[in-house]
Design a binder for this molecule. Structure first.
Ligand SMILES: [Ca+2]
Length: 282
C-alpha cells in the first residue's frame, strides 16, 4: 500500500471561491473555500493518521481552528459540493503559498473541508482511506459518511491552534461567509445553516440543537451528543451516545426508549418542516 494521499481515491478537490475586495480601504476579507473530495475523518495527519503524509494540511490545521464535530449535509458528492478541481495535499500547499506570495494571507479566510467521508470499498483502491474512529463511510449516514475534517484559518479572528468540538455543519459556511463579507443572507429564503463564527472562535456553543439527514434509505439525526439513525425505512431506529461511543457500536434504544422517542419526534418534526417548505414552493 502506497501511503500517499495522491494515490488514494481521496483526490483533492478544490473549489476556489474568491470574493475580491475592490477598494483598498475595504477591510472585508477574501475567501478561499477548499472542498476536498472523499477525505475521511481519519485520513489526515492532523486528525490522527500516522501513515498518510499530509504536511501542508497538518501545518494549516495549526494556523486557525480544527473542527472535531463538523458535519456535511450529505454523505455523497453531488448534494455536498457544486464543482470540483481535482488535485492533492500539494495543491493545498500551493494555494496557501500563493496567498503568502500575493500578501493576501492576513485578509483571507481559508476554509478546507471534505465533501463526504471516505468510501469504504476494499479492492477498488479505496482501502488506504480511513474514517477512524467512526463507523461506515461515503453514502452512509453513520458518522464515517458525514463527519469530516474541517479547518478554518482566519487571521485576526481565530486564534491559531484552536480546536472546536462544537457540532457544526457545512450548511453554516454560507451564512458565515456572507456575514464576514459584510452582507446579510436573503430574508425570503430559509437557511438551515447558521453563522458559526462565534463557535469557531470559542466564544459560543454550537448554534444547533440538532442536525438531520435523509439520504437514500438512511435517516439520521444528531441531537446534542446523541445520534438516532436507521439505515432503511423498514429497519428500527438505533440510538448511540457519540460522546462515549463515537464508533456507533452500542445501540441504546432499549436502554433509553423515551429518549429515543423524543429524538425521533424531533426528526419527524424536521422532516415535516422541510416537506412543508417544498409544498409552499420554496
Ligand atoms: Ca465526494
Amino acid at each position: 500500500m502506497k501511503a500517499n494521499i495522491s494515490t488514494a481515491s481521496a483526490a483533492l478537490a478544490l473549489l476556489l471561491s474568491l470574493a475580491h475586495v475592490g477598494a483598498a480601504a475595504d477591510k472585508r476579507p477574501n475567501f478561499v473555500l477548499m472542498f476536498v473530495d472523499n477525505v475521511g475523518y481519519g485520513d489526515l495527519g492532523c486528525y490522527g493518521n500516522r501513515q498518510v503524509k499530509t504536511p501542508n494540511i497538518d501545518r494549516f490545521s495549526t494556523e486557525g481552528v480544527r473542527c472535531t464535530d463538523f458535519y456535511v449535509g450529505a454523505p455523497s458528492c453531488s448534494p455536498s459540493r457544486g464543482a470540483v478541481l481535482t488535485a492533492l495535499d500539494a495543491a493545498i500547499g500551493r494555494v496557501l503559498r500563493a496567498l503568502d506570495e500575493l500578501k493576501l494571507r492576513n485578509n483571507t479566510v481559508v476554509i478546507a473541508l471534505s465533501d463526504n467521508g471516505a468510501f469504504m470499498r476494499p479492492g477498488e483502491g479505496f482501502k488506504v482511506q480511513s474514517n477512524k474512529p467512526f463507523r461506515g463511510g461515503g453514502v452512509m449516514c453513520c458518522d464515517g459518511g458525514i463527519r469530516v475534517p474541517c479547518m478554518v484559518r482566519w487571521p485576526g479572528r481565530i486564534k491559531p491552534g484552536t480546536v472546536c468540538s462544537e457540532m457544526l455543519s457545512s450548511l453554516d459556511l454560507l451564512p458565515m461567509i456572507v456575514h464576514a463579507a459584510g452582507g446579510e443572507p436573503p430574508v425570503d429564503i430559509v437557511f438551515d445553516g447558521k453563522d458559526a463564527t462565534a463557535a469557531l472562535t470559542g466564544d459560543a456553543p454550537t448554534p444547533h440543537d440538532q442536525l438531520c439527514w435523509i439520504f437514500r434509505k438512511y435517516s439520521a439525526i444528531r441531537w446534542r451528543n446523541y445520534k438516532l439513525i436507521k439505515s432503511d425505512p423498514k429497519q428500527p431506529w438505533a440510538l448511540y451516545d457519540l460522546e462515549k461511543d463515537s464508533g456507533e457500536t452500542v445501540d441504546l434504544v432499549n436502554k433509553h426508549p423515551q429518549l429515543a422517542e423524543q429524538i425521533q419526534t424531533r426528526f419527524e418534526r424536521w422532516l415535516a418542516s422541510i416537506h412543508g417548505e417544498r409544498k409552499r414552493g420554496n
